[in-house]
Design a protein around this ligand. Structure first.
Ligand SMILES: [Zn+2]
Ligand SMILES: [Zn+2]
Ligand SMILES: [Zn+2]
Length: 351
């Protein structure tokens, strides 16, 4: 596994790399000459950039792995992909594209409040007997480093698979949050079967035209997709979101007037699409929402063996009882959350 850490100045990427090295057995891969993108007309740029990086003594590394180019770094990691590697030396888009093609690579972005980053930067400048910049200057410098059209690094953070926000107030707090998060979890690189099929169900949900709620469903047997479905009005009828179902367009509460609804549910569509012949013993229904009562009885009747859902609906208990009586297993699976993850102790770090 190779983790690439990217982020703004003093956003904690080095602190996170350090944590991975000291506590999770990672080794740092570095480029010999770091060709940082530079702001041509900013005389402080070089000095500040150096101050924004850790020195070797601060890193107290025993062995260092230095590479001439991003290609040689990547080739090294490719031959040893089962090892644990981390780098903070990805600066440009073509390099990033090449790294992202590899199945063992995970791009992690780190951000932190600008006031906190300025404070960290000020401390680091003082430790090196450099004059720290005033906040305003730091903000302008930082903005250009992230958003300048030619050298800006926002494209890196934009493509990160995991986005961390470090608002922790101490190293201990950061370490505790990182421990709970477990960045080295292999499932971040490659989804397991539950994750894979649930993501397909969520993708199907995006095609929904129902005004009430988007739902997606995938029918699977022996790890093969039999059919997919999403909710909406039947074929040849106007789409729900074009006024096709008067009930859904009245915008009443969940479950109200269900019997007058013209929308087929995602599960119904997936079951109709598959047909009873293809649904045999061992078929699993993945649905991003727990099936309603009317779908539940159909699921029991066609012989589905297991139902896996991610979000609850307003009749989960009733559905669970029917499925249990019918001998259909029911289980909830919530895929790892994407988007922003806060690194601090007060909020629960989701995996
Ligand atoms: Zn509808
Ligand atoms: Zn409807
Ligand atoms: Zn339903």
């Amino acid at each position: 596994m190779l983790i690439g850490l990217c982020g703004g100045i003093c956003s904690s990427k080095h602190a996170i790399a350090e944590y991975l090295i000291q506590h999770q057995g990672f080794q740092l891969l570095e480029l010999k000459s770091r060709s940082f993108p530079r702001i041509a007309d900013a005389p402080e740029d070089d000095r500040w950039l150096q101050a924004s990086e850790f020195t070797n003594s601060e890193r107290n590394q025993s062995s260092q792995l230095l590479f001439e180019s991003p290609e040689s770094l990547l080739n090294f990691a490719t031959k040893r992909w089962q090892g644990l590697w981390v780098t903070t030396d990805i600066w440009e888009e073509t390099t990033l594209d090449r790294f992202l093609q590899r199945p063992f690579f995970l791009l992690v972005s780190v951000d932190a409040p600008v006031s906190l980053r300025w404070k960290r930067f000020t401390e680091r400048c003082r430790a090196r007997h450099l004059e720290p910049p005033p906040l305003e200057k730091f903000v302008l410098w930082n903005d250009r480093h992230l958003y300048d059209k030619n050298i800006g690094r926002a494209y890196l953070t934009d493509r990160a698979q995991v986005r961390l926000f470090d608002s922790s107030s101490s190293v201990e707090e950061l370490h505790a949050a990182l421990k709970a998060l477990n960045l080295a979890d292999e499932e971040r690189l490659r989804p397991n079967w539950d994750q894979y099929f649930m993501q397909l169900a969520s993708l199907a949900a995006q095609r929904s035209n129902c005004m009430k709620r988007r739902v997606g469903c995938v029918l699977v047997r022996e790890r093969r997709v039999i059919s997919t479905g999403y909710n909406g009005t039947p074929r040849h009828l106007k789409n729900c979101n074009e006024g096709g179902c008067p009930r859904c367009n009245r915008g009443e509460g969940g479950g109200v007037g269900l019997s007058t609804c013209l929308c087929l549910h995602a599960e119904e569509n997936a079951l109709l699409e598959a047909g009873r012949e293809r649904i045999r013993e061992g078929a699993i229904l993945y649905c991003d929402t727990c099936p309603c009562l009317t779908c539940t009885v159909k699921i029991a009747q066609v012989g589905i063996s297991e139902v896996v859902y991610s979000q609850g609906y307003n009749m989960d208990q009733e559905s669970a009882e029917i499925l249990e009586a019918a001998g259909v297993r029911l289980r909830q699976f919530s895929p790892p959350r994407n988007g922003l993850i806060y690194l601090e102790s007060t909020k629960k770090c989701e995996q």
